[in-house]
Design a protein around this ligand. Structure first.
Ligand code: NI
Length: 134
């Protein structure tokens, strides 16, 4: 089994806020991440695909194809957007890294042909990242 990874970056804003809860509880849970007008991050996304090299090409997946799919399905939808308001597949979720990674997985999982989606790794800051494996 070979694992191959494509890295992409995007910039987006978000606000961590649960509308079911009181202002006080939101502040307690999310502190300054609940600021009404949001704040931004420079995200790093790593998509890892697993498979065996194909006989004809020697590729698990053509990296250019993988790049094009990630950019079309994910990056173009989130780059320079407000994740709470602008992204259809993040509607009604709190846009934590955890939830963004899960949503990215659900968007990508059926779009890779024979290659198998292995993980979505999302880095929100230099020190914080999450990884989702379905
Ligand atoms: Ni944040």
């Amino acid at each position: 089994m070979i694992f191959i990874t494509r890295r992409e970056t995007f910039s987006a804003s978000h606000r961590l806020y649960n509308p079911q809860l009181s202002e006080a509880r939101n502040l307690e849970l999310f502190d300054k991440c609940a600021n009404p007008n949001g704040h931004g991050h420079n995200y790093v996304l790593e998509v890892t695909v697993a498979g065996e090299p194909q006989e004809e090409t020697g590729y698990v997946i053509d990296m250019k194809r993988l790049k094009d799919i990630i950019r079309r399905e994910l990056i173009s939808k989130v780059d320079h957007k407000h994740l709470n308001h602008d992204v259809d597949f993040l509607k009604d979720v709190i846009p934590t890294s955890e939830n963004i990674a899960k949503a990215f997985w659900n968007v990508l999982k059926d779009k890779l042909g024979d290659a198998h989606l292995h993980s979505i790794r999302l880095q929100e800051t230099e020190n914080n990242s999450v990884e989702y494996r379905g």
